[in-house]
Design a protein around this ligand. Structure first.
Ligand SMILES: [Zn+2]
Length: 310
């Protein structure tokens, strides 16, 4: 039987908020079984904001969640993707800002933090959300859908009206190994002209070549180039994995996204949850195909560190 997992130790770091541009203190802490991922705004009276789809209040540029009192946390998706990819079910995330730090624009720094903190099994069985029926949403040329599948699989396709981003697609069976190796290092990206507009509107103050791929008219402005073949669509997969973890459970199903973004991912999840016949919660001891898709053990870090800063 596969058990729920949490962090072994607390780990802290600091980083820059992408939109506010301020320094953010972040701490990841162990949490009891059935807690899920819960954000904790230490600068806002200790407000707790569970990472749940019903708490999503804004999906422009990033996913923002809020509690009933309106206390918000934005840019949750890359950190949630790291928790999902490493199979962490329960954790508290302390923040002293309304924004999760952008780090290097990918999920890799969060993967590193979680690996340094270590992962431990808990007493209660892990539960998956199994897709039983296909569900889809569309908006003009954007589409997102779930389909039944005996493991977690993502297909994503993007095409932009830009020579460097004309068409790319990736399909991946998401396991701890494939997430870390093939997905987690893909950075967020933006067009130089949009960055200038965002800055003029007081957004993306912390955005730089250190935390995003910046695309000019004819070339990528980052000195080191890309980290992956098709890094752009791989980053869209990070966003999708993070957004989908707002369902509160890992998924057994196939997510397909075509030009989908945070708003469409959110619409798809809400439509799924409203259709009680389209999904069910299952545990390892009542579903035969689990053993095969059990997450790989976490890689060993030779010298665990208590804290680091980026
Ligand atoms: Zn992203």
């Amino acid at each position: 039987m596969l058990l729920q997992r949490t962090l072994k130790n607390t780990i802290r770091c600091t980083g820059i908020g992408l939109h506010g541009g301020n320094n953010v203190y972040l701490s990841l802490r162990p949490a009891p079984e059935n807690t899920g991922i819960v954000f904790h705004r230490i600068d806002a009276g200790g407000a707790l904001i569970p990472a749940r789809v019903e708490n999503v209040v804004n999906t422009q540029l990033c996913s923002t969640i809020a509690n009933a009192d309106g206390v918000k946390v934005s840019t949750v998706e890359h950190l949630l993707a790291a928790f999902a990819g490493l199979g962490v079910d329960n954790a508290y995330v302390d923040l002293d800002s309304p924004e999760v730090p952008i780090m290097d624009g990918s999920a890799a720094p969060f993967v590193f933090l979680i690996q340094c903190a270590g992962i431990v099994e808990q007493r209660l069985p892990k539960q998956w959300l199994r897709i039983k029926k296909s569900i889809s949403v569309s908006d003009e040329d954007k589409h997102a859908s779930f389909h039944p599948c005996d493991h977690f699989r993502i297909s994503f396709h993007i095409d932009f009206d830009h020579p460097l981003l004309s068409e790319q697609g990736v399909e991946v069976a998401v396991t701890e190994t494939t997430f870390i190796k093939d997905i987690s290092r893909a950075r967020t990206f933006g067009f130089l002209k949009d960055l200038e507009t965002l800055r003029a509107n007081g957004l993306a103050k912390g955005g730089s070549l250190d935390n995003a791929i910046v695309i000019g008219d004819f070339r990528i402005l980052n000195e080191g180039g890309l980290r992956y073949d098709k890094e752009f669509v791989r980053h869209k997969i990070i966003d999708a994995i993070g957004d989908l973890y707002l369902l509160g459970r890992p998924i057994l199903g196939h997510f397909k996204g075509i030009r989908s973004g945070h708003a469409m991912n959110n619409r798809l999840m809400r439509k799924l949850l409203a259709r009680a016949d389209a999904w069910e919660l299952v545990e390892t001891n009542n579903h035969a195909s689990f053993a095969e898709f059990a997450p790989a053990p976490a890689p060993r870090i030779r010298q665990p560190v208590a804290a680091f800063s980026i």
